[in-house]
Design a protein around this ligand. Sequence first.
Ligand SMILES: Cc1cc2nc3c(=O)[nH]c(=O)nc-3n(C[C@H](O)[C@H](O)[C@H](O)COP(=O)(O)OP(=O)(O)OC[C@H]3O[C@@H](n4cnc5c(N)ncnc54)[C@H](O)[C@@H]3O)c2cc1C
Length: 415
Amino acid sequence: MMPDIREQVRAWIGDHWHADLPLGEWRRLLLDSGWAAPSWPAEWFGRALPPAADAIVGEELARVGAVGPPLGAGVGLAAPTLLAHGSDHLKRTLLAPILTGEHTWCQLFSEPGSGSDLAGLTTRAERDGDEWLVNGQKLWSTSAHHADFGMLLARTDWDVPKHFGITYFVLPMQQPGVEARPLRQMNGHASFNEVFLDDARVPDVNVVGTAGDGWRVALSTLAHERGFATMRRRRVDAGGGRTLREATAEADAYFATYSWYPQRAGRPDLVGDVAAATGRNRDTVARQRIAAVVSRQRAHDWTARRAQAARAAGRSPGPEGSLGKLGASEVARSAASTHSLLAGAAGTLTGGDGLLDGVVAEILTSVPAQSIAGGTDEIQRNIIGERVLGLPKEPSVDRDVRFRDVPRNATRPDP
Ligand SMILES: Cc1cc2nc3c(=O)[nH]c(=O)nc-3n(C[C@H](O)[C@H](O)[C@H](O)COP(=O)(O)OP(=O)(O)OC[C@H]3O[C@@H](n4cnc5c(N)ncnc54)[C@H](O)[C@@H]3O)c2cc1C
C-alpha cells in the first residue's frame, strides 16, 4: 500500500504545487485534498491512511521543495487531542485552521504550585450561563504571548478527588481576561510566560470531552508531548517563490521562540568541533568522553527510531515516550558536561566572544530545560518504574480525598 501512497501524493504534488501560490492558498489545497494530514480520519480533513503516510507525504513535499502544514503545538498536541476527545463542533471549527497555520496554540497546564503534581491545579472555572468564567494563574506557558488558543486545564469541581474535578477547555487567548507576561530565561531567551486569567470567558461548547473528565483528556496531550520531536527547523529555500518566502517568514516568527531548542538537546553533534577548536582532540580523557557521548546519542537515536516505527505501525504513544524523553535528557546532560570539559572557562562566554559564536554558552544554559519540560526526569522514572517495570505505585496521601480537604499552600480561598 505504501508505494501507492508515494505515487499518489507525488502525482498530486506534480499537478498542484506552484512555488508562487500564496502560502494560505497552497495550504488550503493541501487541506482540501486530505494530504495535509493523511493519517487523520477521512471525515476530518485526512485520508484515514496509516500513520506512516504522514512521513511519506513529508518526504515527497521536501523532495520538490514544497511546504507542508505548520509545526507547533497546534499540529503536535491540540489536533491529536481534539481528534481523540473533541466534539464534532470543535473538530469542524478548529482542525482546519491548525493545518493551514491560521491559528496557533499554547498549552496552559502548569501553575506556580502544580507542575509535576499537575492534578493538584487550582485555576478555577465556574459556569455562567452558556459560558465558563476562568480565574487563576498558569506558568511556563510556551508561546502564550502570541497564541490564538490555549489548551486549558481548570478545576470545576472541588468536592471530588483531585483527578476527577478537572475540565479541559479550549481558551480563546485574545480577550481582555487573559494576560500573558513573558519570562526571561537564564539563556537570554523569553519563550515562555506567566499567564493571568481574570474572569476569562470560555463558551461551554469549548469543553473538550465532558466537564470533570479533563484529566483523561490531558493524559492524551501529555502522551503526545513526551513523543513530541525536538524542534528542528525545516530547510526552506527563500529564493524559490512566493509560497516559500511566506513560509520562511512564518518559520522565522515561529522559530524566534524556539531558536535555542537545538542547544537544549546538548548538541552532541558539536563535541568534535569544540574539541578541535580548543585543541583538546588529542587529549586521551577528552577523547574517551567524546566517544561516550556519541555512543550514547546513537543508542538513544535507535531507541527513538524503534518508538517511531511502533507509532508508524499505528500504536498510540505510551510509556516508550517516557523512555525516549529520559534518554534525551541523559544525552543532553552528558553532551553539556563534555562541552564544559572541553571548553573550560571559555565555555561561559556568550555571543561573538564565546566558543562557536556563543553556541557553547547557550548549550550550557539551555540543557537544564531538557530535564524539566514535558515532565521532569524524576517523573519519567516514576512512570517507567510503575508502568514498564511493574513496581508498586508511588505512595500518595491526596489521591482519594476530596480536593477541598487536601492541605495545601492556598493563595486564595476555595470557592
Ligand atoms: C522549556 C520549558 C517549556 C515549558 N512549556 C510549558 C508549556 O508550554 N505549558 C505548560 O503548561 N508547562 C510548560 N512547562 C512546564 C513544565 O511542564 C514543568 O516545569 C514541569 O512539569 C515541572 O513542574 P515544576 O516546574 O512545577 O517543578 P516541580 O513539580 O515543583 O518539581 C520540582 C522538583 O521536584 C521533583 N519532583 C516533583 N514531584 C516528584 C515526585 N513525585 N517524585 C520524584 N521527584 C519529584 C521534580 O522532578 C523536580 O526536580 C515548560 C517547562 C520548560 C522547562
